[in-house]
Design a binder for this molecule. Structure first.
Ligand code: IPM
Ligand code: MN
Length: 353
């Protein structure tokens, strides 16, 4: 297969983990005889500094050229505490999602046996938890009409029927391939937008009789996720709720540094770690590259290259078993590997496999 990949390293630890992702991708392509071509593009704070725009037109063009985008992270503290900043790195991410029509954000929450002790939950609660959160990504409050002055501000949580229906259908297609259990998360007891979500879900559920559908208020879902994470198989929810719940989900597994995500929709799909740019660690070679590496696995799987994805997952598990780990997940007294050393170990494993 010929693969054209747009690489967007972004800010903070982004460039360091991006390199590991690209190296792993290259190794897998060599092994399986795929042709891969990379084009690099700027985004986030890096792009604001260089051209004044966090998602420049040229970067957009590179994304359109590509079959897939390998994205790392954006964000810089110099913008975080400045409410007057005119442009922010995060706007680049939102612009990318909107312009590429990436309405479906797939965030798996998986546990890794050898990292269960890192979870804030008791092992017996979290062992075997395995669910995916499907977050609507281009609608709701993040994109609705906004107003802001000194004394008043609002964001509008608007959703239309087609926006809701298409994301629900994505969720059902995932549920069908998994344990056939879909939880629709909303706040229909208070919000009009949520009532429309629930109404449409109830309308289309009968088309998927093989899938068990249940409905849960978001506050209850937040609680259930830590009380009984194994309850969930696929959950689907709107943009804001999904943003919050997926951060909660990410810590259940014991390391946010291990979870990848895919954003798919109308144009080029984007694959990225769910963690952010961790600016404090920039250049220190301590960031965990595994979420980025696993996002490469998701990329292959998106193109139905399942063996390629499986080999990456195997290599990641082998690295964990061999204790080749970055500091935040290393066992006590174990050797602490750098970002690049973990990446190199995985590349080596793939080459020898
Ligand atoms: C995420 C991030 C983004 C979001 C921010 C950086 C805009 O938190 O991908 O979850 O809220 O969507
Ligand atoms: Mn978030």
């Amino acid at each position: 297969m010929n693969l054209k990949i747009a690489v967007l390293p972004g800010d903070g630890i982004g460039p360091e983990i991006s390199r590991q992702g690209v190296d792993v991708m290259t190794a897998v392509c060599e092994k399986f005889g795929h042709n891969v071509e990379y084009r690099y593009a700027i985004c986030g704070a890096d792009a604001i500094d260089k051209v004044g725009d966090p998602f420049p037109e040229e970067t957009f063009d590179t994304c359109l050229w590509a079959d897939a985008v390998l994205f790392s992270a954006v964000g810089d503290p110099k913008f975080d505490n400045n409410p007057n900043a005119k442009v922010r790195p995060e706007q680049g991410l939102l612009a990318m999602r909107k312009k590429l029509g990436l309405f479906a954000n797939i965030r798996p929450v998986e546990t890794f046996k050898c990292l269960i002790h890192k979870s804030p939950l008791r092992p017996e609660l979290v062992e075997g938890a395995d669910f995916i959160c499907i977050r609507e990504l281009t609608g709701g409050m993040y994109f609705g009409e906004k107003y802001e002055d000194n004394d008043k501000a609002y964001d509008t949580n608007a959703y239309t029927r087609p926006e809701i229906e298409r994301i629900l259908r994505v969720a059902y297609s995932y549920a069908r391939r998994r344990r056939k259990h879909l939880t629709v998360v909303d706040k229909a007891n208070v919000l009009a937008s949520s009532r429309l979500w629930r109404k449409i879900a109830q309308e289309i559920a009968p088309e998927y009789p093989d899938v068990e559908t249940d409905y849960m208020y978001v506050d209850n879902a937040a609680m259930r996720m830590i009380q009984e994470p194994r309850f969930f198989d696929v959950m689907v929810t709107e943009n804001t709720f999904g943003d919050i719940l997926t951060d909660e989900g990410s810590v259940i597994s014991g390391s946010m540094g291990l979870l990848p995500s895919a954003s798919t929709g109308e144009k080029t799909p984007v694959f990225e770690p769910i963690h952010g740019s961790w600016p404090q660690a920039k250049g220190l070679n301590i960031a965990n590259p595994l979420a980025q590496v696993l996002s490469v696995a998701m990329l292959f799987e998106y193109f139905n290259l399942t063996e390629e994805g499986a080999l990456i997952r195997k290599a990641v598990n082998a690295s964990l078993d061999a204790n080749v780990r970055t500091p935040e997940i290393q066992v006590e007294g174990g050797e602490r590997y750098g970002t690049d050393a973990v990446g190199a170990w995985i590349v080596d494993y793939i080459k020898k496999a």
